[in-house]
Design a protein around this ligand. Structure first.
Ligand SMILES: NC(=O)c1ccc[n+]([C@@H]2O[C@H](COP(=O)([O-])OP(=O)(O)OC[C@H]3O[C@@H](n4cnc5c(N)ncnc54)[C@H](OP(=O)(O)O)[C@@H]3O)[C@@H](O)[C@H]2O)c1
Length: 283
């Protein structure tokens, strides 16, 4: 197979860095991007091309950056929408601006970067857009509306995009990791607030304690996670000879959470079937 050209957002840490190493290992070419280019020096030394890209930039600046990226190797085959952050906190404690900022990075960022890449991919009738979602794109939990909301939105958008562009020869992949050992829950990356409202105070403390305990103690190995994604895109390794699905969970915890939600949803649909299907107009 001729080498593919990949672009990855959010390469200053975590999955982003691991993607770059795994892509280079496969023999493909990669453009590593981050909002702080100084964090990309070692990736450049390892063989990646590097570019500054803050996914909250306006559409025009993102278009320019993606066009510059395409010019580096003359094509872009795979876009990995990876950059995001976790916003924790009670609905009532977080401001509208807190929610809006999380959506700017986690939802409108991938929207704009993908919009910039699509014309090029459509013209070549080939390309894969990967969206790094989360188990939080399947299951909401207390004090997680600011993050789960963004990942649910991303899932619906990406699933719809897939149906739009699949007939044109483009592929879409939604990745749903459980807890993986990256810097996602580290101070500085994670934005969370402890509730000032007595009704939530204790539960909010417990939630923040859980995040702190999970930080750098997550079971998921980011190297193994990105290796699966690279296989899915290249349709080799674990994906060889298989029909690659649009959604792929990663991690034992993701398997349990998603399966549990599916089981409960089926039970609910069956328990309430008559009510649910009894709302059509009488013939
Ligand atoms: N690790 C997990 O357990 C887990 C689970 C489910 C889903 N995910 C998803 O995996 C993806 C990667 O996260 P990670 O686990 O690797 O966490 P991470 O180590 O915190 O990496 C997140 C990256 O996003 C970048 N970023 C944040 N805002 C940005 C912006 N406006 N423009 C460009 N880059 C920006 C960060 O760059 P800066 O250094 O500049 O802030 C950082 O490089 C995210 O989409 C996350 O939601 C992770």
């Amino acid at each position: 197979m001729a080498p593919l050209v990949w672009l990855v957002t959010g390469c200053s840490s975590g999955f982003g860095r691991e993607f770059v190493h795994e892509i280079l290992k496969s023999g493909d070419k990669v453009i590593a991007t981050a909002r702080r280019p100084e964090t990309l020096e070692d990736l450049k030394k390892a063989g990646a091309a590097v570019l500054q890209l803050d996914v909250t930039w306006d559409q025009e600046r993102i278009n320019e950056t993606i066009n510059n990226a395409i010019a580096i190797y003359g094509q872009l085959d795979v876009l990995i929408n990876n950059a995001a952050y976790v916003l924790g906190g009670a609905w009532e404690d977080l401001s509208y601006e807190d929610f809006r900022d999380a959506f700017e990075t986690n939802v409108f960022g991938p929207l704009k970067v993908t919009k910039a890449a699509l014309p090029h991919m459509r013209a070549r009738k080939t390309g894969t857009n990967v969206f790094i979602s989360s188990i939080s794109g399947w299951s909401g939990m207390e004090f997680n509306a600011g993050y789960a909301g963004t990942k649910f939105a991303l899932e619906g958008m990406a699933e719809s995009l897939n149906r739009e562009v699949r007939p044109l020869g483009l592929r879409t992949l939604i990745i749903e990791p459980g807890f993986f050992r990256t810097d996602l829950l580290s101070q500085g990356n994670l934005k969370t607030t402890e509730s000032s409202i007595p009704d939530y105070a204790e539960a909010s403390k417990a939630f923040n304690r859980l995040l702190a305990e999970k930080n750098h103690a997550q079971a998921g190995d980011p190297k193994k996670g990105v290796a699966v994604v690279v296989d899915l895109v290249r349709q080799e390794g674990v994906a060889k000879g298989k029909k690659v699905p649009v959604r792929m969970a990663l991690g034992q915890d993701a398997y349990e959470v998603i399966k549990g939600k599916c089981r409960k949803t089926i039970e609910l649909l069956e328990d309430w079937k008559d009510v649910i299907s009894g709302t059509d107009l009488d013939a």
